[in-house]
Ligand binder design. Structure first.
Ligand SMILES: [Zn+2]
Length: 141
């Protein structure tokens, strides 16, 4: 089993390219993964990103927008409606710009660590009680 580096997958996914080849598009719509890749045929839809992209996007946008509000008290001398009129569009624009990039990066990292690769949904999912070993649950003997 060949090992993959995290950085190429992360950076290719961040710019919206297929983490496997770096040439094909990763998304066919705003957040819809194009699978298989038009350039290399790799199935990029097999990598679950779930809630990680919104979580990391909120983390980044929150730090970018909230930090100046905390560090620069001069901002609070302005009228609150003016602060909201500036901050809310910035939050919306940053969120919409970062979300697909962060999702691409998460998919790229999953490609690098081969998360869920080759699994058949519903068939290869281990039951919740199963231990990490392939022998099955402990029998007590
Ligand atoms: Zn590809």
């Amino acid at each position: 089993m060949t090992k993959r580096n995290v950085w190429p997958g992360l950076s290719r996914g961040f710019v919206g390219k297929c983490p496997n080849c770096g040439e094909g598009r990763l998304f066919r719509a705003f957040l819809k993964v194009e699978s298989p890749c038009a350039a290399c045929g790799h199935d990029n839809a097999q990598y679950p990103s779930d809630d990680a992209p919104p979580y990391f996007t909120i983390l980044i946008v929150g730090h970018v927008v909230i930090a100046p509000l905390v560090v620069l008290p001069v901002i609070w001398t302005l009228p609150p409606l003016l602060i909201l009129a500036v901050a809310l569009p910035v939050v919306a624009a940053l969120t919409l710009a970062l979300l697909p990039r962060v999702k691409g990066a998460v998919i790229g990292v999953h490609w690098a660590i081969k998360q869920n690769e080759g699994a058949i949904p519903g068939q290869d999912d281990p039951p919740a009680w199963a231990p990490a070993t392939p022998e099955g649950p402990p029998t007590g003997r």
